[in-house]
Design a protein around this ligand. Structure first.
Ligand code: SAM
Length: 262
């Protein structure tokens, strides 16, 4: 029976074989690897991923799709189907023998940011992630200082991971078609944080405040959090604007904040 796509679960199913092959090619699963797919849907990526790996766990929130996948993949010993919300599911439960998981998904676009941050919290058990999201979000994840798309999402993502956009996917490759162009990207968690931050909350706070008024100088944007002395102590010019600062600059501002509070 035909599955009626559910908007509330961000369902846009891939049907374009060349895109499916390109995603699986970018992941390039190896026979000893353990993969996790978020939102397998009707199994477009599941089948080719399963061929290449040792074990595949899939997390699907839609119970009708779970039942469908169970029928479709009946007897596949390498596959475990979880009826689960990826926002709640602890990936550490899947880890066997200290391995790192490779996470893949044509993600539900409506929960993209909370889902990414939930995954960043679990970086310790993740080798890498290959996802598809709206092109505009992927540009933000990968943007560098000075780029139009550079913002809070860029800084916080790049604190946790290396972010690399791979290729674009057009609406015709899905059913139903989304309104926007999509993009496939790779996130590789840093083994060591690229900059020293004593308290992640300080970094989050300073980045959020700086970008809440991105066109203003830091002198104005950081009012109430850090004064000019504090900003200068971090080696940053209070006349600079949020969009020009590097991750290292933000890390030093977070340290200055810590010094002020501590
Ligand atoms: N992978 C399939 C494909 O490429 O055709 C489906 C992709 S569709 C964009 C997103 C999938 O994620 C849907 O199957 C949807 O039901 C599922 N989903 C949505 N929210 C979820 C959540 N919180 N946890 C797990 N799966 C979710």
């Amino acid at each position: 029976m035909q599955h009626q796509a559910r908007k509330r679960f961000g369902q846009n199913f891939l049907h374009d074989e060349s895109v499916i092959n390109a995603i699986v090619g970018a992941v390039h699963p190896l026979p000893d690897e353990h993969l996790v797919e978020i939102g397998p849907g009707q199994g477009a990526l599941t089948r080719p991923l399963l061929r290449g790996c040792r074990r595949l766990d899939v997390l699907e929130i839609d119970r009708d799709l779970v039942a469908r996948l169970q029928r479709q993949f009946d007897g596949e010993a390498k596959l475990r189907i979880h009826s689960a919300d990826a926002l709640q599911f602890p990936l550490s439960e899947l880890v066997e023998n200290g391995e790192r998981l490779r996470v893949i998904g044509n993600l539900p676009y409506n929960i993209s940011t909370p889902l990414l941050f939930r995954l960043f919290e679990q970086n310790d058990c993740i080798e890498d992630m290959h996802f598809m999201l709206q092109k505009e979000v992927v540009e933000r994840l990968c943007a560098r200082p000075g780029d139009d798309a550079y913002g809070r999402l860029s800084v916080m993502t790049q604190y946790h991971c290396d972010a690399e956009a791979l290729f674009e996917v057009y609406p015709e490759s899905f059913h139903p078609q989304p309104k926007v162009t999509s993009s496939v990207f790779r996130l590789t968690p840093h083994r060591q944080p690229p900059v020293a931050v004593a308290n992640l909350h300080d970094l989050e706070q300073v980045v959020a405040k700086a970008f809440s008024q991105r066109r203003k100088t830091l002198h104005n944007a950081l009012k109430g959090l850090l004064d000019d002395d504090g900003i200068e102590q971090a080696g940053v010019d209070p006349r600079a604007r949020a969009e020009t600062l590097s991750l290292a600059d933000y890390a030093r501002l977070a340290q200055a904040l810590q010094g002020k509070q501590g």
